[in-house]
Design a binder for this molecule. Structure first.
Ligand code: ATP
Length: 394
């Protein structure tokens, strides 16, 4: 994981003496190639996953983002071995676990799972819950180490109902990590926790996985969470992986308009060329690169602009109006309606406008934007000026 340089664990494992996969055996620890999946009984063309390629490096924590129903949990279930791919293959530690002619059962894949509801056994105390996945005779010293690592030392005799939500989720993590899995799949592990516990647990996760020598693939609905702690983040939509990249790259160079909109909560506007300029309802833009010329570009084009690149000028008869706002502590996030467009505007605290306030919504001059398809860099223009007179955005 990016945040840790040393991996110290009592059971940092690479062995596969029993044919099971434990510990970190290869740099591309999980490799998914051209994975297609359709649930039984669904229409022949109703693929839930469509040609997904994904690599999870040894010791990496990768986040998986996407709208509800896009196939995130299905992908985890395929890696864990609960479903059989329609096409494509999955390898763990260099060994194919699912493919056209091979399907390794879940218990032999060396994969641990953590779900959003901790799924603990209510009739077992913390110690026995944590030991549940161990094979007969397997060393329990690692369980004691894990409970200590996760801050549960001394709570071994407590039953799940005697633990807090955060402690239960830590226990679920200890249980998943106890059998020394080489990969841990986490399905929205923090979503049922209150904010403070969620923030604490999520910041601890990379170090815990690193200490255990495990790679992690974590499904989350929260782009901020994924960008905050993951080495790379994958964005899935309708079963198609749009991009999987380090957080910084995802923010600076979203591969598709959807990635920008979903991850950065950016605004997306239809645009059309007029000469070398692009026109939108919020104003004009110009390409920063000389290579992007109007006549050669495709017809169906969109411009992606960040919420902080807009400004709103209150005006009684203005065409835009404020339909909602959130107080973000140091700034406002407004929802502004302009014609058919619902846009996000991030504003400083001084810009304190009530619900229903009317005005002009437009680009701030000199802001960076992107043109899709392609992700070409653009700059917003003030009326009557061209990009040559503006300094390039950072
Ligand atoms: N057992 C099933 N049988 C048939 N279809 C299913 C089954 N489980 C899930 N689906 C469908 O497959 C699609 C992907 O579901 P999945 O649970 O993977 O989505 P998700 O991205 O994890 O969603 P969410 O974020 O809401 O949990 C959805 O359309 C869902 O309705």
């Amino acid at each position: 994981m990016a945040s840790s340089t040393t991996i110290a664990t009592p059971a940092a494992t690479t062995a596969s003496s029993t044919g099971e996969i434990t510990g970190l055996a290869s740099r591309d620890h999980v490799r998914i190639d051209d994975l297609w999946y359709r649930y039984p009984g669904r229409d022949v063309s109703a693929w839930t996953l469509k040609g997904v390629d994904l690599i999870l490096g040894a010791g990496e924590l990768v986040g998986l983002l996407g709208p509800s129903g896009c196939g995130k949990t299905t992908l985890l279930r395929l890696i864990a071995g609960f479903e059989r791919p329609g096409r494509g293959s999955i390898s763990i530690g260099g060994q194919q676990v699912a493919g056209p002619e091979r399907l390794l059962p879940p218990e032999r894949r060396g994969v641990g799972m953590v779900f959003q509801d901790d799924a603990l056994f209510p009739h077992l105390d913390a110690w026995r819950n944590a030991c549940f996945g161990l094979r007969r005779g397997q060393d329990t010293a690692r369980v004691a180490w894990l409970l200590d690592l996760l801050g549960l030392g001394g709570l071994e005799r407590r039953y799940p109902h005697e633990l807090s939500g955060g402690q239960r989720q830590r226990l679920a993590m200890a249980r998943a990590l106890a059998p020394s899995p080489s990969v841990v799949l986490l399905d929205e592990p923090f979503s049922n926790l209150d904010v403070e516990v969620r923030l604490r647990l999520r910041s601890e996760l990379p170090a815990v996985l690193a200490r255990c020598g495990a790679s992690g693939l974590m499904v989350t609905h929260d782009p901020e969470e994924a960008l905050a702690i993951c080495d790379r983040v994958g964005v899935l939509r309708d079963g198609v992986l749009h991009q999987c990249a380090p957080p910084r790259e995802l923010v600076d160079k979203p591969a598709t308009a959807f990635v920008g909109q979903f991850v950065l909560q950016s605004n997306l506007l239809p645009a059309r060329w007029r000469g070398r300029r692009l026109q939108t309802v919020l104003g004009e833009l110009e390409p920063l690169s000389r290579g992007t010329d109007g006549p050669d570009a495709p017809e169906a084009i969109e411009v992606m602009v960040r919420p902080q690149a807009l400004e709103f000028l209150p005006e009684d008869e203005g065409p835009a109006w404020i339909t909602g706002r959130e107080f973000l502590g140091r700034e406002w996030l407004y929802q502004v309606q302009l014609g058919d467009h619902r846009l996000r505007w991030r504003a400083p605290l001084e810009a304190d406008h009530p619900h229903g306030c009317r005005g002009q919504l437009r680009f701030r001059a000199g802001e960076s934007a992107l043109l899709f398809p392609g992700g070409w860099p653009l700059v917003t223009l003030p009326q009557g000026r061209s990009a040559e007179t503006l300094s390039a955005p950072p």
